[in-house]
Structures are given as structure tokens and as C-alpha cells.
Design a protein around this ligand. Structure first.
Ligand SMILES: Cc1cc2nc3c(=O)[nH]c(=O)nc-3n(C[C@H](O)[C@H](O)[C@H](O)COP(=O)(O)OP(=O)(O)OC[C@H]3O[C@@H](n4cnc5c(N)ncnc54)[C@H](O)[C@@H]3O)c2cc1C
Ligand code: SF4
Ligand code: SF4
Length: 417
């Protein structure tokens, strides 16, 4: 019910299938499960959405911010939306003139002003929908599906031990003279060539940038990615992930269609006294690498900002960037590794490592200069939030109050996929 029951007309909330990169952020954010998807599209259920706008600021592409006045009886069904390749135009019949929209009910109090007032309902989402106050201003959506930029592969290296099944690659893409300004924490979209079985062009997949704003190689116009080759679906069945396999198989000199950049909240603070509490698994290390490397390149004399990293993988051999990570100076970054499948060892997850370091985590939680970043597999989010809650409460902090503060101040950033 995007508009009230009594009206003939409703302002229907729709997602633009041409821009949407199927990142699932909106579905996770919606507090009342009004968003669903299939292998083709993300769509909004007209009879459930109340126009609260919680999903709009976190959407990295803006695809979510589309609204059409429709006769209530003609509202686009979920099935119709799932079949779309493009958004329908706004209809023009007299009944759809704005005056025909009844704004009398509670449900209408947000949708009608929603387009002009994108302020998020921060309570409905688990992480921040605003960036840190000192973050640099990001560029977003410079290149879209219809006009992607061509990047050239200048490096593609396997990061994980050859003996493991986990095949994670470090891929460097160069933009030559084409502007592609990025910040740590942002992501890009890759358009894999080809089409799915039904003949539709493959949709874009999103990848976090693993290099700092001044390039994988300083002062070069390039970015790096950390890509895991998907060979199993979430249920463990054999599959060949379209984009991850395409990327992992790229050779030096190949051209890749890139869109973006995306992301305007999962950004690092620029003030040097800020602390970064980074918690990641697997390829979730990509944004942490970007932020860490930026801080390393700009180590400022006298700065008091600390870096505390919790990094999980199944084994040491499956941990991307293991070598460089353990070689970073201890007075620069405090690194805590957790392995869940080391033969002969008990399972240890990032949240276990956080609890072991509870006193240090709590000290950071008490500090208004602390910014928390969580990135990796979707399954980690609950455990990490629970660990933060446990640590906070064991050290006399009210987690519910602190959580709201962290979200409101752009100090708790979650990106899981
Ligand atoms: C904000 C954001 C940032 C991301 N950053 C990264 C990154 O830095 N590195 C990275 O490797 N990926 C990242 N991803 C995931 C990436 O976008 C793709 O989803 C992933 O590479 C799989 O795409 P695919 O085309 O290979 O698989 P698809 O062809 O889309 O999927 C094939 C099958 O595998 C399942 N599947 C999809 N992803 C996974 C997975 N990760 N594990 C197990 N099964 C899966 C699907 O459900 C499907 O059944 C990110 C996603 C988001 C939303
Ligand atoms: S791009 Fe926006 S609309 Fe598409 S799935 Fe992500 S959050 Fe939802
Ligand atoms: S506007 Fe609110 S109810 Fe509607 S889809 Fe977005 S988050 Fe859900």
C-alpha cells in the first residue's frame, strides 16, 4: 500500500531494472519485507510497501528511487515487475493527476513527501546510512549500464594457496585516461559479457575496491579487486558463478566493462585521530585492505588513530593477503586472525577473537573517534553484532543506546553479501 486504501490512485514504488545491480541491500533494509527478487529482478510488493524510505539512502545506484502514479486497480504486480527489462513510463490519464492522490491516511504521510525528503529511518536498519563526518565526498554512478567504461586488466594473481579449493584473485584494472575517481569502501560494477539462458544480458555484479583512492599503484589510474571464484551455490551445490569466473579467468590486456563507482556511506573517516575497528572474512578484506593501505601511505606524525583488525577464514592458506598482512608493523595495525577449519584446532571465528580481545574492543567502543566496518559473508553479521553487544555490556555500556549512536554518527558500517 504505497498510498492509502481509500484512494483510487497510488504512488507505486518501483525498482529500475536497468540500473539495479542486484546487491540485495534494499531487501535487507526494508523493515517490513516489501522487497523480493528472483534471478532476474528486484521488485517492490505494492500491497506491502508503506513508503517509509528506509531503503532509499542505502541503495548504491539509486535504482530504488522510482515512483509511478497508477490507478490502484492497475498496480503493477510482482510477477509483472519480475519480467521487466525497463521501467514503464509514467501514465498520463487524468485520473493520475497528482490531485487525484488521496494523502489522508497514515500510510501516505511518508510516500507523498518521500521523494523530496530522503531522510532515512535509521532505526530500521542495522548499520549506518550516513558516512563518517570527515569522509571525503564520493563520486557515484559516473558510468551506468548503457555507457560503461572500458578498463584494461593489468594484473590477475591468485591470492590463496594452490592447494586449497578457495580460489581468490587479486585483479588490477586500469582506466587509462578515463576519469574513475574512487574512495576506500566503494565498489564497482562489472558487466560480464554474454546472456543468461533466457537471452537477457547478464546483470552487473558488484565488487569492493581493494586499493586506496590514489590507485593500486600510487598515482596510477587503477583499482584492484579481491574476487572469489564461485564454484558452489549457497546450498553447496556445484555451479559456475557467471561474473566471478569471468573475472578470475581474465588475462593481462583484456578489456572489461565497468560501471559505478557505487557507495556513499561505507567510507573511511579522514581525520587522522579516528580509530578503525575492522572485522572481515574472506573477500570482505577488500575494503579493509584499501583503508589500511591508505592509512599506511599517509601515516601522519603524531596521529593517535588506531587500527584493530579481526580477519577470519577457514584456514591460513585461504586467507587472502596473508603474507603482506602479517608483515605490517605491529605499532601500525593490531591484527587478529581467526581460522575455523585448521586441522586439529578448535573452530575459531572472528567473534571469538573479538571476545578474546574484549578489553581493547571495549576501549574503542567507548571512544567517539571509533568507526566500525564489517564486511564479508552474510552469515557473519549476526555473530559480529552479538559479539559487539556482549563486549559492550560486559564493560558497562548500554548496547542499544550505543548502537543507535554508532548508526546515527556514521560509525557502524555493514556490507555483507
Ligand atoms: C556490495 C557488494 C560487494 C561485493 N564485493 C565482493 C568482493 O569484493 N569480492 C567478491 O568475490 N564478491 C563480492 N561481492 C559478490 C559479487 O557481487 C557476486 O555476487 C559474486 O562474485 C558471485 O557472482 P557470480 O556472477 O560469480 O555468481 P552468480 O552467477 O551470480 O551466482 C551463481 C550461484 O552462486 C550463488 N552465489 C553467489 N555468490 C555467492 C558467494 N559469494 N558464495 C556462494 N555462492 C554464491 C548464487 O546464489 C547462485 O546460485 C559483492 C557483493 C556486494 C553486494
Ligand atoms: S541496486 Fe538498489 S534497488 Fe538494486 S538491489 Fe541494490 S539496493 Fe536494491
Ligand atoms: S519504502 Fe520502506 S516499505 Fe517500501 S520497500 Fe522501501 S523500505 Fe520497504
Amino acid at each position: 500500500m504505497n498510498a492509502p486504501e481509500s484512494a483510487d490512485v497510488l504512488r507505486q514504488h518501483l525498482i529500475d531494472p536497468e540500473i539495479c545491480i542486484r546487491c540485495n541491500t534494499c531487501e535487507e533494509t526494508c523493515p517490513i519485507d516489501a522487497i523480493t527478487h528472483d534471478s532476474n529482478n528486484y521488485v517492490v510488493k505494492a500491497d506491502v510497501c508503506n513508503g517509509c524510505m528506509a531503503c532509499v539512502p542505502p541503495c548504491p545506484t539509486g535504482a530504488i528511487d522510482n515512483w509511478r502514479l497508477v490507478l490502484k486497480a492497475d498496480a503493477y504486480s510482482v510477477d509483472e515487475q519480475l519480467g521487466w527489462d525497463v521501467l514503464p513510463e509514467q501514465g498520463t490519464t487524468a485520473a493520475l493527476a497528482p490531485a487525484a492522490v488521496d494523502t489522508s491516511s497514515a500510510a501516505a504521510s511518508t510516500p507523498d513527501n518521500a521523494i523530496d525528503d530522503p531522510s532515512p529511518e535509521v532505526d530500521t536498519v542495522r548499520g549506518s546510512t550516513v558516512p563518517p563526518w570527515s569522509a571525503a565526498k564520493p563520486y557515484v554512478n559516473l558510468y551506468a549500464h548503457k555507457a560503461p567504461v572500458k578498463a584494461t586488466v593489468v594484473g590477475n594473481y591468485r591470492l590463496t594457496d594452490e592447494a586449497t579449493e578457495s580460489d581468490i584473485h587479486h585483479i588490477v584494472l586500469d582506466f587509462g585516461t578515463i576519469p574513475f575517481p574512487v574512495l576506500e569502501g566503494q565498489s564497482i560494477g562489472i558487466l560480464p559479457p554474454g546472456a543468461s539462458a533466457d537471452g537477457r544480458a547478464h546483470h552487473a555484479r558488484q565488487y569492493s575496491i581493494a586499493s586506496p583512492r590514489d590507485g593500486e599503484r600510487p598515482r596510477y589510474n587503477n583499482v584492484s579487486l579481491t574476487v572469489k571464484r564461485v564454484t558452489q551455490d549457497h546450498a553447496g551445490g556445484a555451479t559456475v558463478g557467471v561474473c566471478s569466473n569471468y573475472l578470475c579467468d581474465l588475462k593481462k590486456g583484456d578489456a572489461v566493462d565497468v560501471i559505478g563507482p557505487f557507495g556513499s556511506t561505507f567510507l573511511m573517516p579522514n581525520h587522522p585521530d579516528s580509530h578503525l575497528l575492522m572485522i572481515c572474512t574472506g573477500t570482505g578484506s577488500a575494503p579493509m585492505r584499501a583503508m589500511t593501505e591508505y592509512r599506511r601511505r599517509r601515516r601522519l606524525k603524531g596521529a593517535t588513530g588506531k587500527l584493530l583488525l579481526f580477519f577470519g577464514a577457514r584456514t591460513k592458506e585461504e586467507l587472502p593477503y596473508f603474507g603482506p598482512l602479517v608483515n605490517l608493523p605491529k605499532d601500525f595495525i593490531d591484527t587478529n586472525l581467526a581460522f575455523s577449519r585448521t586441522p586439529g584446532q578448535p573452530k575459531r571465528y572472528v567473534q571469538d577473537a573479538m571476545r578474546e580481545r574484549a578489553a581493547d574492543v571495549a576501549q574503542l567502543l567507548k571512544d567517539a573517534n571509533t568507526y566500525i566496518y564489517v564486511c564479508g559473508l552474510k552469515g557473519m553479521e549476526d555473530g559480529v553484532l552479538q559479539a559487539l553487544k556482549d563486549v559492550a555490556e560486559r564493560h558497562g555500556l548500554n548496547w542499544e543506546t550505543l548502537w543507535q549512536t554508532l548508526k546515527r554518527e556514521g560509525r557502524l558500517h555493514l556490507e555483507t553479501y
